[in-house]
Design a protein around this ligand. Sequence first.
Ligand code: ATP
Ligand code: MG
Length: 587
Amino acid sequence: MAMRMSTLFLRTLREDPADAELPGHKLLVRAGYIRRVAPGVYTWLPLGLRVLQKVEGVVREEMNRIGAQEVRLPALLPREPYEATGRWTEYGEALFRLQDRKGSDMLLGPTHEEIFCLTVKDMYSSYKDLPLSLYQIQTKYRDEARPRAGLLRGREFIMKDSYSFDVDQAGLQKSYDAHREAYVRIFDRLGFEYVIVHADSGAMGGSASEEFLAVSEFGEDTFVRDEHGYAANVEAVQVPQAAEVDASAVPAAQVHDTPGTPTIDTLVARLNEAHPREDGRAWTAADTLKNVLVMLHQPDGTREPLAVGVPGDREVDPKRLEAQVAPAEPEPFTDEDFAAFPALAKGYIGPGALGEDKPAGIRYLLDPSIAVGSEWVTGADERGKHVLHLVHGRDFTADGTIQAAQIREGDPSPDGHGSLTLARGMEMGHIFQLGTKYAEALGLKVLDENGKLVTVTMGSYGVGVSRSVAAVAEGNRDEAGLVWPRAFAPADVHLVATGKDEAVFVAAEEIVSGLEAQDLTVLYDDRRKVSPGVKFKDAELIGVPTIVVVGKGLADGKIEIKDRRSGDRREVPVEDAVAEVLREVRG
Ligand code: ATP
Ligand code: MG
């Protein structure tokens, strides 16, 4: 088929759109693939829709290959099933809620575990019906807090989500493995550089879970890798509990005046000046214990303070903390919060004031690197005072541990072999062994071989389809515009006819027909009143991999074929045009 630019619903822009942040996203808007309707809400224009459909096609083929069956469930959903699993509340502010005319609560599906579970419950009742994998490619709704990265983080976006149903863990493992293989094939075909990382199970409940991250400086996720193949989202890194150390030689804890030292830096400077260490080395931030307070906002609206103790040379990593406290959301402690807990001396908070059994009653969790027997300098819970030689287990205890401290380049791998490097990635896919959480809440049971009712065990698996379009665009562009991989280009060939000579357009039409007859899709720039310069610029911007120019050279019986990616161009006789283009496109 051919799309004629004289009539195609397309306007390219010379200027970057104001709302866009990422280079690939700017190009998608400028080249007329998508347009923003509201923050995180986009229209797919003809060229964009073609790319989207190609990405969907790859996902569909690979899901069908593992025997998953395509369905489409509604996006408009009733409240009750989400109430039954607790997610009506737990999903918090990200859930788009609405009411129908009768006042019944409804929602726009952010993910569909509940409804798939109920659909299977409706129709199946025996182990003989299983295993089963169902999928859909469908619009999802999430009221994301920061919908700034364009298609990468939409509030309306397209996801392929699938769900597997098995009678036992062995079956679930098989379904999971099949999905994993399908995802490897999908992301190989999409051409990303990607890593498969251990993931945090987050608010979904369940256990084994891995993410497919496209390696990218624009990624919102940080992941770690070591030289032995370990890879994990930082959210999922489990720092091992440090082994107990001998504290028998540590002097008794001493409180000292340390005026004007509310930060770790000022404290370390003061220690080195006023309390030099006996062993001759200088105090460093790593000798101090920093106690960070946050206010947890629970989805049901209640608030609860939490104190996190980390070595003073590390920050609390917001994403690691978020993952640990989900579905609650941690917010910084405000002056008002401090006022409500007079036992807390801001800047000088120590374990003396923290813990569920202390007067303030604030839950206190420590980084697992803080060994029993290790000694610390930390706040003495009085303005301008710190305590030295405070030993964990001897002088203070906490209510437990939390995996929330920042992970740093060079940290040891959790298994103790190797060291970690950090990089950024975009989560493109997520595979997840849910287990029985949803089936239990919604009563999805089948009769097993012995006539006994067993709860079905589920897996859930997602691919960000619209996000993938954005990721392909981010990874395939240059100064002049997009440079699509052939498999995802909106057309096979971009044919540009230039000049005023009628013969050019006659020859171009003929080539278009020839290419159409070969089943190629042609984007044909047949505009009469547009200068060659503008047409060439548009062709570069739109990024179809093969550009054919019918223009001045026609007088000598020649046309030009240009490779968008390499910039290589060659002239070929006009009568060979179709054959030569076919060679380019089909290889
Ligand atoms: P993220 O951590 O990026 O918010 P998530 O863990 O909430 O993602 P899942 O619930 O696992 O995402 O959804 C499955 C897939 O859907 C993700 O791997 C991602 O590719 C895609 N996805 C999730 N949220 C969005 C969004 N707001 N816009 C576009 N794609 C998204
Ligand atoms: Mg996820």
